[in-house]
Design a protein around this ligand. Structure first.
Ligand SMILES: [Zn+2]
Length: 370
């Protein structure tokens, strides 16, 4: 919504990007397709929305949702061939009004930064020229990184983030989403680095001391080195696929237009939208209404229309725990104790290594199938 109203250039949801979910079917760890819902919201304001997917798996749920329309173009780069979900062949280009508005680049194991860039940039450059989207949604699945427990590519953080930087360089409002990623410490590395990338910052390679630094043993570095693995994508193969896709893009009607009729209202409640508009963007997006510096009254409704829970946690004087009671010890102690159970369950802080925990999670979610 903030993108639609011109109040932000980039919106990020690293918890989103669940690209396999279908309208009536959960799939591949994905229950609700937040991407499709987000694109539907963008379509209320933009004639054309571009979806790009750099997860190692095919973005099948998003492609399927918009397979027959030219209002959304989907572009997915993924491992293809005896690999979940099994869709996303080069010949799958969309149908009816959506013909040539679905783009699939099938890849083989071991693709490295150089090879990936050699196909990603020319394809996206051409798509931007031909399609001229009003908004772009980029799914940044981190399972395309080297060393991923389910993936089979050999990208480093630099190659992955270069896709983000390149898409951002077109200056189009961008929704940046997470997705897959099963070597958890590398997922954290990847999305921290890409948050910095869209902010135009460069992070130092050495990870400074913090509560979680031990997960980045033994070298405490941000960046990853590529693995010694064969790149099964020959120059000839990549060149052939790239040529087919660029040829298909020539069939596009340049920048199809659409008549806006009966556009449904924005998703969020009226009240919050009015306050955003009336503020002319002066509301501090990082502060909830009622907090010092928010420039808004204490209505208890956040700018995106969510009503905040009474037990919402804050650092500082508004913190519910710091005023005595509830075990004492002040806000920070309360924060620690509240975080502790999560640390244990998500990262393996209690018993067993982080990798054992990752394995257990993947086994449980897949029923041991993949
Ligand atoms: Zn994936």
């Amino acid at each position: 919504m903030r993108l639609n109203h011109g109040l932000a250039d980039v919106a990020i949801n690293w918890a989103g990007g669940l690209h396999h979910a279908k309208k009536c079917e959960a799939s591949g760890f994905c229950y609700i397709n937040d991407i499709v819902l987000g694109i539907l919201e963008l379509l209320k304001h933009h004639a054309r929305v571009l979806y790009i997917d750099i997860d190692v798996h095919h973005g099948d749920g998003v492609e399927e949702a918009f397979f027959t329309t030219d209002r959304v173009m989907t572009v997915s780069f993924h491992k293809y061939g005896d690999f979940f979900p099994g869709t996303g062949a080069l010949r799958d280009v969309g149908s009816r009004a959506g013909k040539y508005y679905s783009v699939n680049f099938p890849l083989n194991d071991g693709i490295d930064d150089f090879s990936y860039e050699s196909v990603f940039k020319p394809v996206i450059q051409k798509v931007m020229e031909m399609y001229r989207p009003g908004a772009v949604v980029l799914q940044c699945g981190a399972d395309s990184l080297t060393g991923d427990r389910l993936g089979c590519f050999n990208l480093t953080l630099k190659g992955h983030a270069e896709c983000v930087r390149f898409v951002r360089s077109f200056g189009i409002p961008m929704l940046l989403l997470g997705g897959g990623g099963y070597t958890i410490r590398n997922v954290a590395r990847c999305w921290a680095n890409e948050t910095a990338t869209v902010l135009g910052e460069t992070l130092p390679d050495f990870i400074p001391p913090n509560d979680y630094v031990e997960f980045f043993r033994p070298d405490y570095r941000l960046h990853l080195d590529p693995a010694q693995m064969e790149n099964m994508n020959s120059r000839e193969y990549l060149g052939k696929c790239r040529a087919v896709i660029l040829e298909n893009l020539r069939f596009l009607e340049a920048a199809p237009s659409v008549a806006f009729q009966d556009v449904p209202p924005d998703w969020a409640v009226r009240d919050a939208q009015d306050r955003i508009r009336e503020s002319g963007g002066s509301l501090n997006p990082d502060v909830r209404p009622g907090m010092p510096g928010s420039g808004a009254g204490s209505s208890g409704i956040a700018m995106d229309g969510r009503r905040e829970h009474q037990a919402e946690y804050y650092d500082g004087e508004k913190d519910n725990d710091s005023g005595g009671g509830g075990g004492g010890g002040g806000g920070h102690a309360a924060k620690r104790s509240r975080l502790a159970p999560n640390v244990g369950t998500t990262t393996g802080g209690g018993g067993g290594s982080a990798e054992d925990q990752d394995d257990a999670m993947i086994q449980e979610a897949t029923g041991g199938k993949r």
